[in-house]
Design a protein around this ligand. Sequence first.
Ligand code: EPU
Length: 410
Amino acid sequence: MVGGAKNSALKLMAAALLATGRSEISQVPKITDILIMAEVLRRLGCDVTFTDGVISVDAPDKPGTEADYDLVRRLRASICVLGPLLARCGYVRVAHPGGDAIGSRGLDMHIAGLTRMGADIASEHGFVIASAPSGLHGATIWLDFPSVGATENLLMAAVLADGVTEIDNAAREPEIVDICQMLVGMGAHISGAGTSKLQIEGVPELHPVAHQTVGDRIVAGTWAFAAAMTRGSVTVRGVNPTFLEIALDKVISAGGEVMTEPNAFRVTMDRRPRAVDVSTLPYPGFATDLLPMAVGLASVSEGTSLITENIFDGRFMFINEMARLGADIRTDGHHAAVRGRDRLSSAPVRATDIRAGAGLVMAGLCADGVTEVSNVHHIDRGYPNFIDDLQGLGVAVERLVAPEEPSFDF
Ligand code: EPU
């Protein structure tokens, strides 16, 4: 059973800033990133509790306007408070998150869009400082690329702006549809959710809401690939399989059998997988967050797979770790040629980011001997109950270091 999507819940929490009062977001995974986001909101003056998967955010009438580097550097997604705070307070100062292990990760589209809506934006002493003293106004914004984060920030700014905003070439991810549904529940006027053209008619104020987070398609996809790589069988519940159409199609092309239900699917692989080519693209394309799993599958497949990464310039950072497990991989720019081996060979490896961490654990399942993965705090950022779920599937796995609990109380 997969829970709610991290990459949705984080933004739904930020959306709660848009209305005075208590919003409740259910099916929130208990993972490090959520705890950090809760602390970001607390420091902005919100009362936040987290019980039984429900995050309750009581946003004050006048939220704070500053998000500090000590939290933003730990959670890049904190940049999603930029849009809602600017819309509500007319001023915001958020630490510039900088790049990370998967790439340079610019903010130019967030900034250009908000500027079109009437904001003055400067970058000073490591902070993005945005002001719109007389409020934001509607605008037509063409994104150069369907950025998830820019679409979300602009959406959250536009719902309270004066007039109509159109976001063209908007991201279409299920998490965008999810935040649109929450915002509509709060009283926003949005059409086109899930298409590349979003139209938002600003309203003077929103009200709090109760909303359930969409299921985590990336965690679900991770288990789908794990089953395919290990020649096993896994049933995943809690996610709409249409969110994973291309990923599941790759599993089928590799020789797997996939059975779907409205909110569940089963992957069975009873042969050595065949090599398949994978190219990541914005939704509905193959998700970049599943690239490490695709590389893992290719590493044990029969034949050579060409894996192409089109979203992040540093996504192949973990390839050196895969090589330590005996994977035969050559990279050239954003392409990787993976020559499949029948088995990998265990080694100590290091997780470099959330998805690479999960991918390395899955690759370890296909390796002879015991694989030790270090820096598992990365995995804790995205996969709740990871060890329990693996053990439930019959994997002999144990955690050697205690999770690093962020020191925020709930
Ligand atoms: N980009 C720019 N300028 C911008 C915005 C984005 O150049 O103003 C570039 C980025 O540098 C990147 C590409 O556009 O190369 C895509 O970035 P996008 O904004 O779409 O991604 P994001 O919002 O930063 C979210 C997820 C990622 C996921 C990507 C793509 C969250 C918190 N993060 O990032 O998730 O890979 O969308 O689907 O929602 C993860 O969960 O492990 C993760 C990295």
